[in-house]
Design a protein around this ligand. Structure first.
Ligand SMILES: *Cc1c(COP(=O)(O)O)cnc(C)c1O
Length: 410
């Protein structure tokens, strides 16, 4: 029978009494503590380790921002608060979340097209930096600042003429709804400064989910060069450069982890080469999935096991309503298997081939196709890894009325 490989299970997930353990606790115990499946579990030690490894690899003058949209769970935000330097938000909803976590608005920047007036008002009142996505938005921000009697803190998101190669989602290069085309940035920046806003600098985000250190290095070189040439044209010092990121994680069979030491070495070289020109400019990377993706596991339970035309189906109480990306319906062209395992028999060798599906009445609801798994029984827990980013909050939890999954941090 033709099998399909599973994605690579992230490092540091252990076996305890034959079960998958997360943060030193067995899957069955975690589900018992949560009271139900499906359940997202986020591991603090994975979050800690990821940020520490990243810090050790990159130059100390490059800060780390967390892109909240990757995982806005309140306890994840709170846990990240002391670990990272800044937070990137993309809506007034996310603004509320970082405010609830007690994060200083001076550490927060707000990107995203289509910011409503009430969102701009909330952000300006709070003192958050706006990464303006268009001339129109910059002018609305200036007007709102005047009405509120508050100086808006404004950076410009640049739509660069290059992109992050090999990127899963292209966010720069050519016509885009994001940012201001590079050649129009200097004129707008001068207006923003002339109107008395606090000039906060440039935001250049070139793409997402790349595993190529070479592509990231090339993009970061281009980002710095573009920032220098724009700054010269603007004629004011650059307070801050948000360099984007796009660091990816391995999801699929054959994916190799990003070579962080190569990226780190390249960033050290860039910063050294441009040190004088950079002056006091504050630098930061903004990362979402790289920080949190591998720290999350989605656990669901096998409800039924059946055979159809010689294929075994493991039907779980989970599905695409919590794990749209694992089902292959969130920005992928060809469906490939995520890392999936039998969490109740984590230590066992594979001995059967099965399709793992969700409980939704749609053929789109697949968690693993033709996967080699240990012999799995009704009642076993299935783990979908790489569930820490774009999982719970990026899936249609209302679809078919099953409701959201439980979430916990350990
Ligand atoms: C989504 C997004 C990110 C985070 O992307 P990841 O792939 O999760 O790292 C960062 N910056 C901006 C502007 C984004 O839109």
């Amino acid at each position: 029978m033709k099998t399909k490989p599973l994605g690579p299970i992230p490092a540091r997930y252990e076996t305890l009494d034959g079960e998958l353990a997360i943060g030193g606790r067995k899957a069955s115990a975690l589900v018992e503590a949560a009271g139900r499946t499906p359940l997202f579990v986020y591991s603090k030690s994975h979050l800690d380790e990821r940020v520490a490894t990243l810090r050790a690899a990159i130059p100390p003058r490059i800060g780390i921002n967390y892109a909240v949209k990757a995982n806005p769970h309140p306890q994840v935000i709170s846990h990240m608060a002391p670990l990272v330097d800044g937070f990137d938000i993309a809506s007034s909803g996310e603004l509320l979340m970082v405010q609830k976590a007690g994060i200083d608005p001076a550490r927060v920047s707000f990107a995203g097209p289509g910011k409503r007036d009430d969102e701009l008002e909330a952000a300006i009142s709070a003192g958050v930096t706006l990464n303006c996505e268009s001339e129109g938005e910059a002018h609305r921000s200036l007007t709102i600042g005047q009405t509120l009697g508050k100086t808006p803190r404004i950076a410009i998101r640049v739509n660069p003429d290059f992109e992050l190669k090999g990127s899963g989602m292209k966010m720069g290069g050519g016509a885009k709804p994001f940012g201001v085309d590079a050649k129009r940035v200097p004129v707008l920046a001068k207006q923003i400064i002339a109107e008395g806003a606090e000039w906060r600098g440039l935001h250049i985000f070139t793409g997402s989910q790349t595993l190529s250190a070479e592509a990231i290095t090339e993009a970061q070189t281009n980002v710095l060069n573009l920032a220098f040439s724009l700054t010269q044209e603007i004629g004011a010092t650059l307070p801050k450069l948000n360099m984007g990121g796009g660091f990816g994680i391995p999801y699929f069979p054959g994916d190799k982890p990003l070579d962080l030491s190569a990226v780190g070495a390249a960033l050290h070289e860039l910063v050294e080469a441009h040190g004088a020109a950079l002056g006091d400019t504050e630098l930061c990377l903004e990362l979402g999935r790289y920080l949190v993706g591998e720290a999350g596991v989605y656990l669901c339970r096998v409800i039924d096991k059946k055979v159809s035309h010689d294929q075994t189906y493991l039907i779980t109480d989970g599905g695409l309503h919590h794990q749209l990306a694992a089902s292959g319906n969130f920005g992928t062209v060809v469906r490939r298997n995520y890392p999936v395992a039998n969490a109740s028999r984590f230590g066992e060798e594979a001995s059967e081939v099965a399709n793992v599906v969700g409980c939704l009445c749609t053929p789109l609801d697949r968690l693993a196709d033709m996967a080699e798994l240990p012999r799995t029984e009704v009642g076993d827990l299935v783990a979908v890894f790489c569930a820490g980013a774009y999982g719970a909050s990026a899936s249609p939890a209302n679809f078919l009325g099953h409701g959201p999954a439980a979430e916990m941090i350990v």
